[in-house]
Design a protein around this ligand. Structure first.
Ligand SMILES: Nc1ncnc2c1ncn2[C@@H]1O[C@H](COP(=O)(O)OP(=O)(O)OP(=O)(O)O)[C@@H](O)[C@H]1O
Ligand SMILES: [Mg+2]
Length: 250
């Protein structure tokens, strides 16, 4: 295999461009089931008609698991926003419109978002009162079955040079559940990465376009912030800890 360029490098995986493909090469400690579920979720998103890079194969290369997808040539929305922060509004509108399209889809075999949240919450080390409050809040939320990417952030959206439409990458964490919970994941990411202006703009626009009340979306904040501490680094954890108090978000 001839690797043309490295697109991204993480502790346990490296993503390469290989001709017209993207090949993710996983280190030995990467859970193999996560590779298969990323590919499966990606095909589910494709099956419901969303524009995503097609999956070509899961294979082994020099002993390492690899996942091959179609390479989408184009501009990443994160690069576009960062170059033009003053006009963030246009990009945020595109993000919300696309995310709302994902939420309009259903794929009933996806993992339930609430199950994933419960699993994460059980792995946190908050005191028993905080965990109880979070559990009660989660149980009080309505049940829904909307397709959620759960990592809907600007670096996972590419505007294709070929057809000028946005493609959604990275279906590793996709689930079915509440659109507002998915939106809060995006909101917290934008707040951490780009601070208030962009994040609040996003939340306002999500509520406007989805017609979901902001007070209701905000009720998800403590639950999602707490659940996300499980996979966060120390700096992200410090940030997320500021949002887990349910009394701040009635
Ligand atoms: N199919 C693709 N076409 C073009 N670029 C891609 C493709 N898949 C991944 N990339 C590039 O690699 C980066 C990381 O890919 P992806 O988001 O799928 O992996 P990840 O596991 O979430 O890693 P990261 O934590 O870096 O986001 C993307 O932001 C993009 O730049
Ligand atoms: Mg990503």
């Amino acid at each position: 295999m001839v690797f043309d360029e490295i697109l991204s490098k993480r502790e346990n995986k490296t993503i390469y461009r290989v001709g017209g493909y993207t090949v993710k090469v996983f280190e030995d400690d990467y859970p193999v089931t996560d590779i298969f579920s990323e590919a499966l979720n990606n095909t589910r998103a494709q099956e419901v008609g969303l524009k995503v890079p097609e999956v070509f194969e899961i294979s082994r290369y020099e002993g390492k698991w690899t996942l091959r997808l179609r390479y989408i040539k184009g501009d990443k929305l994160s690069d576009m926003i960062e170059k033009d922060l003053d006009n963030a509004e246009d990009y945020i509108r595109d993000i919300v419109t696309l995310q709302t399209e994902v939420h309009s889809k259903q794929s009933r075999k996806l993992t339930m978002l609430t199950d994933l949240i419960k699993r994460n919450l059980s792995q946190t080390s908050f005191d028993s009162m905080t965990r109880y409050d979070l559990q009660i809040r989660l149980e009080s939320m309505p049940k829904n079955y909307k397709m959620c990417n759960c990592n809907f952030i600007p670096s996972n959206i590419i505007i294709s040079d070929d057809d000028h439409s946005p493609y959604i990458l990275d279906w590793r964490l996709a689930t079915q559940g509440n659109a507002s919970a998915d939106a809060v994941m995006t909101y917290l990411y934008l707040l951490y990465k780009y601070k208030d202006k962009v994040a609040e703009l996003y939340l306002d626009m999500f509520c406007e376009i989805s017609k979901i009340e902001k007070w209701y979306v905000k009720r998800w904040i403590p639950i999602i912030a707490a659940a996300q501490t499980v996979n966060a680094n120390e700096d992200q954890k410090r940030f997320l800890f500021g949002f887990v108090d349910v009394r701040k978000y009635w």
